[in-house]
Write a protein that binds this ligand. Sequence first.
Ligand code: 13P
Length: 250
Amino acid sequence: MTNKLKYFIGNWKMFGDLGSIKIIFRINRFLNTFKKRNKVVLCVPNTLIHYFTKKIKSKNIFIGAQNCHQYKNYGAFTGSVNALMLKNAGAKFIILGHSENRSDGDTNHIINKKIESALKQKINIIFCIGETIREKNKGKTFSVLRNQIKGSINKIYNPNKIIIAYEPIWSIGTGKIPKAFELRKIFKFIKSEFSKIFKKKSPPKVLYGGSVNDKNIRFFSSIYDIDGFLIGASSQSAKKFIDIIKNYYK
Ligand code: 13P
């Protein structure tokens, strides 16, 4: 196995309270003794970002957010939080374009505006794309992914601030994962689409997300183009999250 930097990013979704800091402390203790080249990010609810960033003074763990409003300034948007506010709270990363937010109404255009506003605050983007099972069965995976990428990514953006997460919607929370040959083709496709936009030689970082756990992680380590993982349910437990990292390198 190569010593390429790997990302292990947790998406806590609607989980966690102040006491959940103990999960982060435990992951941090593990990372202090683990010598592989990892980047660990935990994207937590907005209510926890400030508290966690103050408590965790570690080079090993970054705290991120899960979504933001697209409007760049303060405004009359009841219940919303924008990138400026998240930056202020301490977020270094943000998940945008997650299918759970797309199904709540986020269009490519809105996601494009969100990315722009988060980049303005110098927050790193985790940009999610993925197809439904219907689209997959109709052979539309590549056109769906191309449309999501082209609809939200402008060539003037700084490509070094954008990580892509391929999350097939049919895999999220279902225990189902794609086959190795599918992943190899899809990862090559995503990397080449990005390289076309940015005319850049070094390919972007692309993560896999969808039902990743401590048992199936070994399967993914044989796929060279995967630069890391976006992990939902299994990131809500320190033990499971640590076991994912450990087992990946076994
Ligand atoms: P699960 O790992 O729970 O399937 O969730 C994946 C996900 O949506 C991460 O963003």
